[in-house]
Design a protein around this ligand. Sequence first.
Ligand SMILES: *Cc1c(COP(=O)(O)O)cnc(C)c1O
Length: 361
Amino acid sequence: MRPAHAIIDLDAIRHNYRQSKVLAPSAKAIAIIKANAYGHGAVAVAKALSPEADAYGVACLEEAMELRDSGITNPVLLLEGIFEPDELQQVDQHDLYMAVATERQLGWLLEAKLSKKVHIFLKMDSGMHRLGFSPADYPAVYARLAACPHVGQVTLMSHFSRADEPDQPTTERQLERISQVNNSLGLNCSLANSAGTLAWPAAANQAYVRPGIMLYGASPLMAPDDPSHALLKPAMSLRSEIFSVRELAAGEPIGYGENFICDRPTRVGVVAIGYADGYSRHAQDGTPVSVNGKPSRIIGRVSMDMLTVDLTDLPDAKEGDPVELWGKEVDVNLVATHSRTISYTLFTSITRRVPLRYINQ
Ligand SMILES: *Cc1c(COP(=O)(O)O)cnc(C)c1O
């Protein structure tokens, strides 16, 4: 069996979910498990959290149906609402919560015939400028919703563009725009993603928070000394093994493009994982990995099925030794920085060639 695999620690995910509740004690927490729970397996994560999850958030009806089909009965929110009007029948049948973020979605909802009242998350564009109704239009849109017999609760939802940058004033400006409108409406709010939950108490202490990446143990606050890192436990350990070792003389190149030239006599370990497993081809020379629990680094370009690491300073390392690409030994945010990306893309890029093994069910 090829040794590349990911261990998913479900206890770590439960711990991280509980941290969102500690940070926002008065809020319900919508565990964001879109995109197959950021690569961690949506059904397994949903089942692990189901005794305590206030709700789940997914991107679309297909993702919600995967949860319902596997027996999950907790509330599920469609974060982007529906993409065509027929989907409303399943929203109704399966008791989904639904975002309304565009005029077209609003029209579909108001014209639909539903059997019961649906909980709407009415999106305000407070500055992100992707989805939602402007602060100026919002009260009139809310009035149309409130007059509709099959609309139940309405929650004011908005999203931050820079909550991961605690020194930037943008989040406060967004909060001001929201409260200017909501002072007269008095709606329950859902404002904070992980960064909002971790760094902006005024955003977190609302009716609902929406923690995503933090559930998986990666803080979106990238400063290495940010206190959020200590609150979270990494849930995924991406692992493989050294399956070949060789010695190269100084001056010899490694891999495609002769991208790395040995600057000393070098012991090279070949690891059975590559970009077709979802490991980033953009990982630079020096990207941290751990071999037998000891720090090492990538040298040479990442290939489709393998990558090469420097074992020169690990004389005991040998074929068959375990390698962690990220997880409890190697900080995924460091790998992301060396790959010029963010933890979100690393997690969601893992492909089906990598089996997920669950621990601490
Ligand atoms: C994905 C998503 C989140 C979660 O964001 P994180 O940064 O992963 O916490 C929250 N809200 C909405 C609307 C989203 O689409």
